[in-house]
Design a protein around this ligand. Structure first.
Ligand SMILES: NC(=O)c1ccc[n+]([C@@H]2O[C@H](COP(=O)([O-])OP(=O)(O)OC[C@H]3O[C@@H](n4cnc5c(N)ncnc54)[C@H](O)[C@@H]3O)[C@@H](O)[C@H]2O)c1
Length: 327
């Protein structure tokens, strides 16, 4: 494989993980990093010996990268992704793909028009626990998958969270848009099937901002698997747990390295997971395989749009009090 020239846009929290992954990849020449806060770009760029910019457009026009990784606040995803596509750059865009599904459709149309790859950073696909759980679902060894229960309870309004996350006009929503994207992705990815129906109840009791702080969703996939997703961002005990119940047993996932199997009154036993590349490194490697036409399966823009559409349906369901069909 040839070497690809790459640059990162946004030097915030998640940019650090991307910078490390790109720096360590042998087929990548990481050249630059841009952030509107020059000091932030300067500090992270110095860690990797690359050129900092305070204007991503100037960076792209000067450096001419083959690929950019966009780690901006949600309200900037669409304009940055489309502009970079128009400069001929392939794009790895952080999740959620954009503020809503309509914006995702515009990004996908631009990618098509410009002949570039737009991929979305649903990096949980590269979690060892998710890789193994998906294999077990596909193998049929536990029988038929009957339901999924996914819980993410974690304080959402902490002082460390950048303010834009809590401003609906810049984030597109709170815990349901942000963490719910991971949950809805997990349901789709593990079942291999799109979410087609959503009923949701949200609350707005956050101490800061105007976004949702909890969401309880009942969703169904095209393949007929129902899932309950419980997201709670107030002062509760932290939980990150996904249970998959089959006719012949069950799986429980914790974080990226925790998977248990049980059933028939047997207690859960821990599943030994294979060694995998660190998830951001694996995602980046997959991105390069996709661009090189070597069979990469990095998350497509169409898939990113499907997750955004399911999130949109959750908000609409809450507002109308009715179940919403997706797509
Ligand atoms: N995959 C994951 O698990 C994961 C985890 C955290 C965040 N994310 C996603 O990553 C993205 C970024 O989140 P974050 O937590 O790093 O946010 P952040 O606020 O820490 O970083 C965003 C950066 O963008 C910069 N920025 C704002 N406007 C800009 C502009 N016009 N030009 C250049 N830079 C600009 C800000 O100064 C900031 O440094 C979001 O889409 C978020 O949902 C994904």
């Amino acid at each position: 494989m040839r070497t690809y020239k790459a640059a990162v846009i946004g030097a915030g929290i998640i940019a650090k993980a991307h910078m490390k992954a790109l720096h360590e990849n042998e087929n990548t020449s990481l050249t630059a990093l841009a952030d509107i806060v020059a000091a932030r770009a300067g500090a992270l760029a110095a860690d990797y010996g690359v050129t900092p910019y305070d204007d991503y457009r100037r960076m792209v026009l000067t450096e001419r990268p083959d690929i950019v990784v966009i780690t901006l606040p949600h309200f900037l995803h669409k304009e940055a992704a489309i502009w970079c596509a128009e400069q001929g750059c392939h794009v790895l865009l952080e999740k959620p793909m954009a503020m809503n599904a309509a914006e995702c459709a515009d990004i996908n149309a631009a990618a098509e028009r410009c002949g570039v790859v737009i991929a979305v950073g649903h990096m949980q696909h590269y979690f060892p626990s998710v890789i193994r759980a998906r294999q077990i679902v596909e193998s049929g060894q536990l029988g038929k998958l009957i339901m999924i229960n996914d819980k993410r309870h974690h304080f959402y309004f902490s002082a460390e969270r950048p303010a834009w996350f809590l401003d609906r006009s810049r984030s597109g929503g709170g815990i349901v848009r942000n963490i719910g994207s991971h949950s809805l992705d997990k349901v789709q990815w593990l079942t291999g099937s799109a979410v087609t129906k959503v009923k949701a109840d949200l609350t707005y009791f956050g101490e800061r901002g105007d976004v949702d702080g909890s969401g309880l969703m009942y969703v169904q996939t095209a393949s007929g698997v129902p899932a309950v997703i419980s997201l709670c961002g107030y002062h509760n005990v932290s939980v990150n747990e996904t249970e998959l119940l089959f006719t012949g047993g069950q799986l429980k996932m914790g974080g990226q390295n925790s998977l248990w199997i049980g059933g028939n009154d047997r207690a859960y036993e821990q599943v030994k997971l294979a060694e995998h590349l660190e998830p951001f490194a694996a995602q980046w490697s997959d991105m390069l395989q996709a661009i090189a036409g070597l069979g990469g399966t990095v998350t497509s823009g169409a898939y990113g749009q499907s997750v955004a559409a399911a999130v949109d349906a959750a908000y609409l369901s809450h507002e109308t009090g009715t179940e919403q069909l997706v797509g």
